[in-house]
Design a protein around this ligand. Structure first.
Ligand code: S3P
Length: 217
């Protein structure tokens, strides 16, 4: 028995979305999808390279396209990027499909977890101050998108996953309409040519087929 057949994880960078999402997917026997990894695979670029070559707006456009595509999937745990929920459109799309679990962590934990890997949004002189200000700025978006919050701070991942599953059971009782609704198909005809979004559209199906463990798991 599954509480849900589709669930998204959101939250700031370094809150453990990929690790927890992966473990949650194993527990619920669902496929794990990390939107950042889909974008990297489809564009054949690492996220910092996309920021450098095309800028943040292009990355955000990729992100929205991937979010739209996750809505037509079933039996998945979708881990989103930390900035995905900043766009109102993404919040609305995710909430229309199913529960969105927001993982929380303190700025200190986030700093410890993010300093090993390059994050374009934190490439500044004082990353801890940047973490605090971005968290403040984004807090309303996380609150708005959250079906419920779970803390990932100083806890073993099995406890975090237990809390999420418990939350999903009670969410599914309160939202039988969304549980019954199933996939939403928003695909549009791909734009021909060199548009990177069109390439993403063509290749995303293949990337979605693959379920793999997060790199930092
Ligand atoms: C970003 C978070 C990253 C990634 C990109 C931008 C953000 O994802 O999508 O670097 O704006 O917060 P993680 O939350 O998985 O680090």
């Amino acid at each position: 028995m599954h509480p849900v057949r589709w669930v998204a994880l959101a939250g700031f960078m370094g809150t453990g979305k990929s690790r927890i999402g992966w473990e949650l997917s194993r527990r619920l026997q669902l496929t794990f999808i990390d939107t950042d990894r889909v974008i990297e695979r489809v564009s054949c670029l690492k996220i910092p390279e996309i920021f450098e070559l095309y800028g943040e707006e292009t990355f955000r456009a990729y992100e929205t396209e991937v979010v739209r595509r996750t809505l037509r999937l079933d039996d998945v745990v979708v881990s989103t990027g930390g900035g995905t929920v900043v766009r109102e459109e993404n919040r609305r799309l995710l909430r229309a499909r199913g529960p969105v679990v927001v993982l929380d962590a303190s700025p200190e934990t986030i700093y410890k977890r993010t300093r090993r890997h390059k994050r374009p949004m934190l490439e500044v002189g004082d990353p801890t101050e940047r973490i605090r200000s971005l968290m403040r700025e984004r807090a309303p978006a996380y609150d708005e998108v959250a079906s419920f919050h779970v803390s990932g701070d100083d806890r073993v991942s099995t406890d975090v996953v237990d809390d999420i599953i418990e939350g999903l059971w009670s969410w599914s009782e309160r939202h039988p309409d969304l549980v019954a609704q199933g996939p939403i198909d928003l695909r549009e005809a791909p734009v021909p040519g060199e548009d990177p979004i069109a390439r993403l559209d063509e290749a995303a199906d293949a990337a979605f087929e693959e379920s793999d463990a997060p790199e930092d798991a």
